[in-house]
Design a protein around this ligand. Structure first.
Ligand code: IMP
Ligand code: MG
Length: 191
């Protein structure tokens, strides 16, 4: 089986990803240069990748950022039952405390907004020094809660299910080097 046989169309090509991530990295480097790493006694920027989808983006983004930084990971899971739809919980926490740190959340895609809002609230409660969010894709069609996104790679208006570059369907397609939509047949039976 070939990974690309279920794809409908490619929405974001490898070259577009590369260029946009370079731009985001330059912008983030500029914004944080005075804030953290080089301030006497300051601690470096901490990027927080959201597992599992955000890993590929984080890996490329941090190599486009030219200031000192560290990274850590968080996993959020939906309880996904009828009594508490959309309720989220922390499945895997950060390794180190973040109080007083400049924290940048790095997420693959913002859809309803619930996941990012939950992570923002969770980290805000730990009294970080600053908290910003960088999303590769802002998919607004199904937004349920307003979230502040400080850095956005691509804004998509279509309500299509996307795969690739970390995004999965049923655990697959994360290793595609571009972002694509799936043929309806590939999503069937998943109502
Ligand atoms: P939320 O609806 O904004 O809370 O997004 C929840 C999570 O669903 C995101 O972190 C993604 O991992 C995943 N997700 C949302 N839209 C897509 C998509 O089009 N393809 C793959 N995963 C998605
Ligand atoms: Mg995700």
């Amino acid at each position: 089986m070939r990974l690309n046989q279920s794809l409908k169309r490619v929405l974001i090509q490898e070259e577009q990803l590369r260029r946009k991530i370079g731009e985001l990295g330059a912008e983030i480097s500029g914004d944080y240069r005075e804030m953290s790493g080089e301030v006497a006694g300051g601690r470096p920027l901490l990027t927080v990748g959201v597992l599992r989808g955000g890993v590929i983006f984080l890996a490329d983004l941090i190599r486009a950022i030219e200031i000192p930084l560290g990274y850590d990971f968080i996993t959020v899971s939906s309880y996904g039952n009828a009594t508490s739809p959309g309720e989220l919980r922390l499945l895997k926490d950060l390794v180190d405390p973040v109080e007083g740190r400049d924290v940048l959340i790095v997420e693959d895609i913002v859809d309803t907004g619930r996941t990012v809002r939950f992570i923002q609230q969770t980290l805000h409660n730990r009294r970080v020094r600053s908290l910003k969010t960088c999303a590769l894709i802002d998919k607004r069609a199904r937004r349920e809660v307003e979230v502040e996104l400080d850095y956005v790679g691509f804004r998509l208006e279509e309500d299509e299910f996307l795969v690739g570059y970390g995004l999965d369907y049923a655990g697959l397609y994360r290793n595609l080097p571009y972002v694509a939509s799936l043929k309806p047949a590939a999503l069937e039976g998943d109502a």
